[in-house]
Design a protein around this ligand. Structure first.
Ligand SMILES: Nc1ncnc2c1ncn2[C@@H]1O[C@H](COP(=O)(O)OP(=O)(O)OP(=O)(O)O)[C@@H](O)[C@H]1O
Length: 457
C-alpha cells in the first residue's frame, strides 16, 4: 500500500484528503506543521507528500528543501492558492513533481497523484533529472503562429541536423526543455538518450558526481561505480537547464569535457570518451553572469554556437489560442472529457492575462477549466477569478496619501511615478539593468543613480 503524507495546518483539508485517499486505497498520515512533518519523515518512509505552500513555520520551498534531504525519493505535490502560482513554479524547479491550486478537486488530485507514482516506476536513471513530468516525454511539440514562434521553429529545423551546441533563453515555462527535446528528436541522435538535468536543483555536494560520475570509494557513501549524465547521454543529447547555477569547480570540469570530449569520474584516474551534444538553457542573461565573473567566459563562448530566444507568452498573444486549443485536447485525453471549444470571451480574457508562468501556467489553467466544465465549451465561469480579475501586480510599494491633511507635493507624485516605472521595467527585463535603461530611454548611469535614490538595490 502506498504511503502519503499530508502536510497542512488546515485540519479540514487534512480530514477531507484523508477520507478521500483512504477510500482510494492509500495509507495516509497528517502533519499540521513543517516541524511535525520533519520529525515524522525522519522516522518513516513515504511514497508521496501533499504539502500546503503556506505552513505556519515553513514556506513550501523551505519544506521542499528539507524533504529533499530527508526523503529524496518521495514525490512532492505542492498545494497553493492561485496567487502563489509563480512561487509554485519555483517549487517545480526545485524538485516538486507538480502543483495543484485551491480549491482542491478530488479528480485533479487523484490524477496528479497517479501520474507522480507512475513516474516513480518508470524513472530508471538515477540522475536527478528535472521533475520528470510525464507529458515532457511525449512528442507533443507544437509551434505557435506568432512571428517569434515561427522563427524559433525555423531555427530548430536548421540547427537540429548539426552537432552545434545551443543556448536557449527564456522565462520559466516558455518551453525551453520542449525546444531542446525537439532539436534532439529531429537530429541524427534521436535514437540515443536525451538526458535533462536541472543544474539549479542539483544538491551542491552531489552535483559533480551526478554530472561526471564517480568510482566506488570516491567518497563516503560511494558504494559502487556510478555513471554521470555525460556518460548516460552518450551518443545522444545532454540538456543542462539553469546552467548559470553550476559551481565554479564544476564549470572547470565542464570546460574540460567540452574541450576534450572526455570525462573523468570523481575519484577515478582514467578518462572516458563521450560523444554528447550539449544544449543549455537559462532564464537569466548568461552574458551578465560572465560580466559579473559568475560564469566562465570560455565556457560561454563554447556553448554559444547558436542561440534561441523564447519570448514570454504575454508578448506573443497570437499564440495563446493555438496553445489553449492544444492544451484543451490534451486535457480532454487525460481527464476523459469531451470539451469541444473555448468561448470567444474566454480567449479574450486569456489573451489579456500576463502569464508569468507562461505555457506551463496556461496549460494548468486549461486543464483545471476542462475538469470543471460539464458542457461542450469552456466559459468564463471555468476560469480562476485571478485570471478574470487579475490583481495588478505592478503596484508601487508605497502609496501617495490623497486623503491626508496635506496634498502630496508634485515632487512626491513624480518620484512615485518614476519609482513605479523603474520597478515595472526591471520586472519586465528580469532585472537586466542595461535593458531596463533602454526601455526607460535613460543611460545606465542615470538608472543607477535613480536605483540608489529610490533604494532599489
Ligand atoms: N512547443 C510546445 N508544444 C506543446 N507544449 C509545450 C511547448 N512548449 C512548452 N509546452 C508546455 O509547457 C510546459 C513547460 O515547458 P518547459 O518545461 O519546456 O518550459 P521551460 O522553459 O523549460 O521551463 P523551466 O524554465 O521552468 O524549466 C511543458 O510541460 C509543456 O506542457
Amino acid at each position: 500500500m502506498k504511503k502519503i503524507l499530508i502536510i497542512d495546518d488546515d485540519r479540514e483539508i487534512c480530514l477531507l484528503l484523508r477520507k478521500y485517499l483512504t477510500k482510494k486505497g492509500f495509507e495516509t498520515h497528517e502533519a499540521l506543521s513543517g516541524k511535525e512533518a520533519e520529525k515524522w519523515l525522519k522516522k518513516q518512509e513515504v511514497d508521496l507528500i501533499l504539502c500546503d505552500f503556506k505552513l505556519p513555520d515553513y514556506n513550501g520551498l523551505e519544506m521542499l528543501e528539507k524533504i529533499k534531504i530527508i526523503r529524496p525519493a518521495a514525490k512532492v505535490i505542492i498545494i497553493t492558492g492561485y496567487s502563489d502560482v509563480r512561487i509554485a513554479v519555483e517549487a517545480l524547479k526545485k524538485g516538486a513533481f507538480e502543483y495543484v491550486t485551491k480549491p482542491l478537486y478530488p479528480d485533479e488530485i487523484m490524477l496528479t497523484i497517479t501520474n507522480a507514482l507512475e513516474t516513480e516506476h518508470k524513472q530508471a536513471a538515477p540522475v536527478p533529472k528535472k521533475p520528470s513530468r510525464p507529458e515532457a516525454s511525449k512528442t507533443d511539440f507544437i509551434s505557435g503562429k506568432s512571428l517569434s514562434a515561427q522563427k524559433v521553429n525555423k531555427h530548430i529545423e536548421l540547427i537540429a541536423p548539426t552537432d552545434m551546441s545551443v543556448i536557449i533563453l527564456g522565462e520559466t515555462g516558455t518551453g525551453k526543455e520542449y525546444v531542446a527535446r525537439a532539436i534532439h528528436q529531429k537530429s541524427a541522435r534521436s535514437g540515443a538518450p536525451f538526458i535533462a538535468v536541472d543544474c539549479g536543483a542539483l544538491p551542491k555536494d552531489l552535483a559533480g558526481s551526478e554530472l561526471f560520475g564517480h568510482v566506488k570509494g570516491a567518497f563516503t557513501g560511494a558504494l559502487r561505480d556510478k555513471k554521470g549524465c555525460f556518460e548516460l547521454a552518450n551518443e545522444g543529447t545532454l540538456f543542462l537547464d539553469e546552467i548559470g547555477n553550476l559551481s565554479y569547480e564544476n564549470q572547470i570540469k565542464l570546460l574540460r569535457v567540452l574541450q576534450e570530449r572526455k570525462v573523468k569520474p570523481l575519484g577515478g584516474s582514467q578518462e572516458r570518451k563521450v560523444d554528447v551534444r550539449i544544449i543549455v538553457a537559462t532564464n537569466e542573461d548568461l552574458k551578465t553572469a560572465v560580466r559579473k565573473g559568475e560564469f566562465r567566459e570560455d565556457i560561454y563562448h563554447r556553448l554559444n554556437e547558436f542561440k534561441i530566444e523564447l519570448s514570454p507568452l504575454r508578448e506573443r498573444k497570437e499564440d495563446i489560442e493555438v496553445f489553449a486549443l492544444h492544451f484543451l485536447k490534451l486535457a480532454n485525453e487525460q481527464l476523459l472529457k469531451n470539451v469541444e471549444s473555448i468561448d470567444k470571451r474566454v480567449l479574450k480574457i486569456l489573451e489579456n492575462y500576463t502569464w508569468h508562468g507562461n505555457l506551463r501556467e496556461l496549460k494548468n489553467v486549461i486543464k483545471r477549466a476542462v475538469l470543471l466544465c460539464d458542457g461542450p465549451a469552456l466559459s468564463k465561469e471555468h476560469l480562476p477569478e485571478e485570471i478574470i480579475f487579475p490583481v495588478e501586480d505592478d503596484q508601487p510599494d508605497f502609496e501617495i496619501l490623497i486623503d491626508g491633511e496635506a496634498p502630496p507635493s508634485l515632487k512626491a507624485v513624480t518620484e512615485a511615478a518614476e519609482k513605479t516605472a523603474i520597478i515595472n521595467a526591471l520586472k519586465r527585463t528580469n532585472n537586466n539593468k542595461s535593458k531596463t535603461a533602454e526601455v526607460l530611454q535613460v543611460d545606465r548611469k542615470t538608472l543607477y543613480n535613480k536605483l540608489k535614490a529610490y533604494n532599489l538595490s
